[in-house]
Design a protein around this ligand. Structure first.
Ligand code: HEC
Length: 134
C-alpha cells in the first residue's frame, strides 16, 4: 500500500476515535429523565399512536409530520391537557374517540418519549467542538 494512503488512514482513524471519545464522554448531553412510566402500557400506547396515525401530523424526537407540534415532551403538560386535545381536537386536528384505556396507554407512551428525549432542537446551542448544549 502507498505510504500516504496508510498515513491518511491512520490520521482519519485517530480523528474518528478522538471525536467518538469526546462525544460519549460528555454524559450531560445524554442525561435521561427518570423513567416513571409503565413499560407494558407504553408498548400498547405505541400501537395506539400507530393505529390513529398521530405521526402523520406530529413529530417525536423531531421526526414525523409537521402540521402539528412535536409531542416528545407533551406529557409534561399533563394527562388532562393531552386528553382535552384527543376528545375535542383543534383547528386542524380531528377529535379522536379513544377509549379511556387507549388514552391511558397513549399517555404512558408519551411519558416514555419524554423520559428518553427532548424536542425542539431550536433550543440547542452549538458549541465549538460540534457538541450541543440545551
Ligand atoms: C390531521 C393532523 C393531526 C393528527 C392526525 C393528529 N393531530 Fe394532534 N394536533 C394537530 C394540530 C394541527 C395541532 C395544533 C393545534 C393547535 O394548537 O391549535 C395538534 C395538537 C395536539 C396536541 C397539543 C400539543 C401542544 O403542545 O399544545 C396534542 C397533545 C395532540 N395534538 C395529540 C395528538 C395525538 C395523540 C394524536 C393521535 C391520536 C394526534 N394529535 C393526531 C394535528 C393533528
Amino acid at each position: 500500500m502507498n505510504k500516504w494512503v496508510s498515513i491518511t488512514f491512520v490520521l482519519l482513524s485517530t480523528a474518528f476515535l478522538l471525536f467518538s471519545w469526546n462525544i460519549y464522554r460528555d454524559e450531560a448531553v445524554y442525561e435521561k429523565k427518570p423513567a416513571d412510566y409503565d413499560a407494558e402500557m407504553q408498548k400498547q400506547g405505541r400501537l395506539v399512536w400507530q393505529k390513529y396515525n398521530c405521526h402523520v401530523c406530529h413529530q417525536l424526537y423531531g421526526l414525523g409530520g409537521f402540521l402539528g407540534p412535536d409531542l416528545t415532551n407533551v406529557s409534561e403538560k399533563g394527562y388532562h391537557y393531552v386528553d382535552a386535545f384527543l376528545k375535542n381536537g383543534a383547528a386542524s386536528m380531528p377529535a379522536f374517540n379513544l377509549t379511556e384505556e387507549e388514552t391511558n396507554q397513549l399517555f404512558e407512551f408519551l411519558k416514555a418519549s419524554n423520559a428518553s428525549g427532548s424536542s425542539n432542537p431550536k433550543e440547542y446551542r452549538k458549541l465549538w467542538n460540534g457538541m450541543i448544549e440545551q
